[in-house]
Design a protein around this ligand. Structure first.
Ligand SMILES: O=P(O)(O)O[C@@H]1[C@@H](OP(=O)(O)O)[C@H](OP(=O)(O)O)[C@H](O)[C@H](OP(=O)(O)O)[C@H]1OP(=O)(O)O
Ligand SMILES: Nc1ncnc2c1ncn2[C@@H]1O[C@H](COP(=O)(O)OP(=O)(O)OP(=O)(O)O)[C@@H](O)[C@H]1O
Ligand SMILES: [Zn+2]
Length: 463
């Protein structure tokens, strides 16, 4: 690397690309060969002072127990390096190295002024509620540099357009764990995504329901995958974005209520003009087919689904193993009636520690796999290079008779903190309760209006 110190004057070369709850991502616009085609991922701190459960340090004592087999994680001095090594040594072997980029952890001396200027420069591009809740963490002296997965490496040299779709698929299966309590049986038939929509709507985190069904996306069926992409396009929330040559052209910048959907309808059709060779009005449909066909033929979600399924006990089972690990009385068992305890959960407190560690480790790995995103980039393969060799896979779009090169990368495979287990348990309860309440209210309203038993809403997500 040519330059390992970033100072105040360098801040202008880094522009806002996007952010999630934990990180701010900047794209490089300068001329240093070391950074061309790269993005910088900077951790944020919460403005209210609490850095939630993530903290700034390395692994806690109990996390060291969970991850003891992954020795490299033990010696990590801070959670940035832990995240990087976790992707490299835990997630990458599970998902396959081809589609995972752990990034290059660069211990660049980032001057505090660099971070302050970046923070100031990007403020006007960030969703207001993200600005209110978080800022660049000024205490960082190091950053993660990654390939920019919204473009092809050296893509601009060829001059051709590159279109990238970002999908946050969320959990792609219905849990079957026997530890799911009878009153939560709805979890076995309705997706977590759908139930969570009710809570998000209630909390005004989204403005409308999404019809997206993760089971369709993960189904392995062409038609159902296409249906899922259509639904994502109709209601992108934070699950769907499109970038043209690295710039966001469709989708919000960071949440479900964010209405910064940049190009809609005709404008999106226009953006696709140099990519999809179809008449005006038909490009969006072809684009959706292209994405669906690629998800289908690449099979990339099959592996992700397997990793998500490492959550075999569900939070209702894993939470007990968590209390075994932290050697604390189980708060969940304390709340439950004696009757249920003896049947289901008491045995979980008698299993060997190794077994508890395995359960919780599986749960946390699955949590990363349920929260990651997928970036798929396409560029048309022109007639004169149709026969040329390429390191990229290709996909054929029948509706326009075009061949596209594509590449697929998972991003945001960060390690979830062990301490989040209690939060996961509480959130799970809230989601189920809110969904059940919503269904009940809708049913009553329907009965009142139509004077007949409610039955119009699809009750099952299962095919
Ligand atoms: O709990 P979920 O399913 O809502 O997922 C959270 C995401 O919410 P989503 O429902 O995708 O909008 C949430 O995304 P947003 O902030 O809503 O964009 C984060 O990805 C969060 O992870 P972390 O706290 O940054 O490690 C995610 O938390 P984890 O559950 O992955 O720890
Ligand atoms: N390597 C990359 N190349 C291109 N764009 C990226 C890359 N990494 C992240 N981004 C963009 O930045 C956004 C935020 O990144 P990321 O998802 O890693 O943040 P996060 O705070 O960890 O998210 P979450 O809230 O899901 O935990 C992504 O949604 C994506 O649009
Ligand atoms: Zn218990």
């Amino acid at each position: 690397m040519e330059k390992l110190i970033l100072e105040q004057k360098d801040a202008v070369d880094w522009v806002y690309r996007g952010e999630g709850a934990a990180n701010l991502v900047l794209a490089y616009t300068g001329s240093s060969p070391a950074f061309i085609g790269k993005v910088m991922r900077i951790q944020k701190s919460q403005r209210n002072g609490k850095n939630e459960v993530k903290g700034n340090g390395a692994l806690t004592k109990h996390e060291q127990l969970v991850w003891q087999e992954n020795e490299v994680l033990m010696a990590s001095p801070n959670n940035e390096i832990v995240d990087h090594l976790y992707v490299k040594h835990v997630m990458c072997p599970l998902l396959g190295p081809k589609n995972v980029d752990a990034g290059v952890y660069l211990r660049v001396l980032v001057a505090k002024e660099f971070l302050e200027f970046v923070d100031k420069n990007v403020t006007c591009h960030r969703p207001a509620w993200r600005v209110d809740s978080s800022q660049v963490d000024m205490n960082r002296d190091s950053v993660l540099i990654m390939s920019d997965h919204s473009i092809f490496p050296n893509g601009t040299l060829k001059g051709g357009p590159c279109i990238t779709v970002e999908i946050k698929p969320k959990c792609g299966f219905l849990p079957i764990s026997r530890f799911i309590a009878e009153e939560n049986a709805v979890k076995r038939t309705i997706t977590r995504f759908k139930m969570h929509q009710a809570l998000k709507l209630h909390n005004q985190e989204i403005s409308e329901y999404s019809e997206y069904n993760p089971l369709d996306l993960f189904s392995g069926s062409r038609d159902r995958i296409c249906k899922a992409i259509e639904a994502l396009y109709a209601t992108p929330q934070n699950n769907f974005r499109v970038f043209l040559n690295g710039s966001l052209v469709f989708g919000g910048l960071g949440s479900g209520t964010d209405c910064s959907t940049i190009l809609v309808g005709e404008a999106f059709e226009n953006a696709l003009k140099n990519v999809i060779q179809a008449d005006n009005g038909l490009r969006t449909t072809s684009f959706i087919q292209l994405v669906a066909e690629t998800v289908y033929t690449s099979g990339v979600l099959d592996q992700l689904l397997e990793v998500q399924k490492l959550d075999a006990y569900d939070i209702e089972g894993a939470i007990h193993a968590y209390y075994n690990i932290i050697s604390q009385p189980c708060m969940v068992c304390r709340e439950l009636s004696k009757d249920k305890l003896s049947h289901l959960y008491t045995p979980l407190h008698s299993i060997p520690l190794d077994e508890s560690l395995k359960i919780v480790k599986g749960y946390l790995i699955a949590a990363s796999a349920k929260d990651c995103s997928l970036m798929i980039s396409f560029r048309p393969k022109e007639n004169d290079d149709l026969l040329s060799r390429t390191s990229y896979s290709t996909v054929y779009l029948g509706s326009t008779n075009q061949v596209f090169e594509y590449k697929v990368h998972f991003i945001d495979l960060d390690l979830k903190p062990l301490k989040k287990m209690e939060y996961y348990y509480e959130l799970d309860k809230k989601i189920v309760n809110c969904y059940s309440q919503t269904v009940k209210t809708e049913r009553e309203a329907d009965n009142a209006v139509n004077g007949r038993p409610w039955k119009s809403i699809e009750m099952k997500d299962m095919p």
